[in-house]
Design a protein around this ligand. Sequence first.
Ligand code: C2O
Ligand code: CU
Length: 461
Amino acid sequence: MTLKLNRRQFIATGTAFAALGARSAAAASPELNARVADIQLLPENYGSTRIWGFEGMAPGPEIRVVQGARVQRRLVNGLPDVTSTHWHGIRIDNSMDGVAGLTQEAIAPGTSFDYDFIVPDAGTYWYHAHNRSFEQVARGLHGALIVEEPDPLDIDHEEVLVLDDWLIDPDTAQIAETFGAMHDLSHAGRLGNYITTNGKYNLSKPVNRHERLRLRLINASNARIFQLALDGLEGWIVALDGMPLAQPREVEGTFLLAPAQRIDLIVDVTSETGGAGHIVQFDRNESFSQVAFEVTGDGAKSRRAAPGPLPPNNHAMPQLAGARDLSLLMEGGAMGGMRGAMMGGRMSSMREMMQSGNFWAFNGSVGGLDGAPLASLSHGETVRLKITNDTVFPHAMHLHGMHFHEISPDGSLGPLRDTTLLERGEVRDIAFVADNPGKWLLHCHMLSHAAAGMMTWIEVA
Ligand code: C2O
Ligand code: CU
């Protein structure tokens, strides 16, 4: 991949190098310390909670760069377990993708790994642990990775909102150490009992009436599908999983944010001064304020005109005629009726699968990193992949390294995504140009499912 620097990036990079000049070359990468910390996660009348976090925070520090820039971080593993860091949604060089066991060796405690990559696309991304993710992400190892457009948007504020779902023992204020519980592996995944935004259960931001905000929503939870709506705010979805929509989509009613997905919104504050706007979260028949925007003052007298689309990122368009057809049948789980699947090279009963903590199959095989790839693709090939969710649970399927188009029911190319939600029984076709060489995971982002068989990979050579 060649790097084209525009003027602003060039200046930023130049400054970075000038600043580094005083230090030794070996210290070039800023450190990102993965470590254990005690933080006040619960309301003040509870004790502190022990987490694993980047720089001891959950979410970790926001990493923010301009499109086309280079990101360098020395991941220092201060955890009591091996780890690796994945940069979710970045069209990255394969060796920097951070998948322990596929693209790199796991980073041992007390050692480090230098991540160094270019971010080709503007948008909202995130980074998270990718070893025993069902445990390490649940303990707090994730953060936002924001890639700015070269030219600023016409907005008044921007808020990055990392939504998380923690499973906490209220008696001890500690994270429930039930990672890999059979029920989570086999049902809807590890669902929590304490929902936060940017680590707070009651995040509130002051705004003025008629201000225009850009909201970058990131779902960092293990398994929760957020059902959201706007109240006292009116707006448009302008990007999904970092990638701009061709046309902003006005928000009407509720919208879903599945694990690992991102939504960029542009919203106008329509609530009266003294009132509040909200991102509302629905859970069964109840609704809660996920984030409050307290309208503390009068802004402009009137609203602005509707926003135009964000500038597109540069993606090759799949040509469906002549595409390689692939299919992925997702089976298993509780109440799924699967009798067994291939595991370790032989047919195994569901009972045998369960004994090793496996509950799901892709195309009749329990998935993992050691098996053969789902497909070996040649560079530049267009793929059309039919995904069939033949289970009774929803799944958020994520492809590393490349974004794909969801294909709409009428056969046209829908939005670019890196994570697509399939409801129970749903079938979805996706298409992409395999233009990033390497080994790329394709897995369910309900992290307990990925650990229990819902994981495969493709190779692009
Ligand atoms: Cu968000 Cu395989 O990862
Ligand atoms: Cu799943």
